[in-house]
Design a protein around this ligand. Structure first.
Ligand code: CA
Length: 224
């Protein structure tokens, strides 16, 4: 089991790493969102333990990125921010569990066992929305068995929207899923990916629509 530990408090991270290693986990520890993002692109993880208050931002912003890379990856948020709205935000963003700091290590390990047992929809090999099937193994989308000719970023946008179909996905989540930390994001590029995606979906006869939610983001749902 390989774990990505995203935590900037050095002592706490060391304690956690020691405990995880005693349980035979292989631990990669990073203390910045930017490093976490690089790590998930270069290695394959079985679990992510994610702090929220990090020097370069809120750990929750990483969750859609992780989901886009690996939809079945168990993610547990570990945060001192443990009020109900914080926990709800964490779970809504796509985390599998949310543990308020401080916590007992036994509880963390019990929760790790629980999220790894969960055969979540998120762990599926494919996602379906209407007539579209997104094959996560081959990273391709088909409509009625015909493969859609999509560019890499159009695929990423479609994957994120399909996983969260019926819900509004904030622009920032889509941008984070599609671009690297160092990429210059022009304010209109997401919109142009979406408009090309819409055109290709319409040409293929897909029975879904991508709605723009002004000032917030986009929502994918079945055509009425
Ligand atoms: Ca922190």
């Amino acid at each position: 089991m390989r774990v990505l530990l995203v935590e900037d408090e050095v002592e706490f991270a060391d304690t956690l790493r020691g405990a995880l290693e005693r349980e035979r986990f292989i631990v990669d520890h990073v203390d910045r969102l930017a490093f976490a993002r690089e790590a998930v692109l270069s290695a394959s993880y079985d679990l992510v333990l994610l702090d929220r208050t990090l020097p370069d931002g809120d750990g929750l912003s990483l969750v859609p990125v992780l989901r886009a890379e690996n939809p079945g990856l168990p993610i547990i948020v570990l945060s001192a921010r443990g009020e109900i709205p914080d926990r709800v935000a964490g779970l809504d963003e796509g985390a599998d569990d949310y543990l308020k700091k401080p916590f007992a290590l036994e509880e963390l390990f019990a929760r790790i066992r629980a999220v790894r047992r969960r055969p979540a929809d998120l762990g599926a090999e494919e996602i379906r929305a209407g007539s579209i099937i997104f094959d996560l193994t081959y990273d391709e989308a088909t409509v009625g068995g015909v493969r859609l000719d999509l560019a890499r970023r159009e695929l990423r946008v479609l994957a994120v929207l399909m996983k969260r179909r019926g819900r509004t996905v904030p622009r920032e989540s889509l941008e984070q899923a599609v671009y690297g930390f160092d990429d210059e994001v022009q304010s209109n590029t997401l919109d142009s990916h979406i408009s090309r995606l819409r055109r290709k979906l319409a040409e293929a006869g897909a029975d879904i629509e991508i709605h723009a939610i002004r000032g917030v983001g986009y929502l994918l749902r079945a055509s009425a």
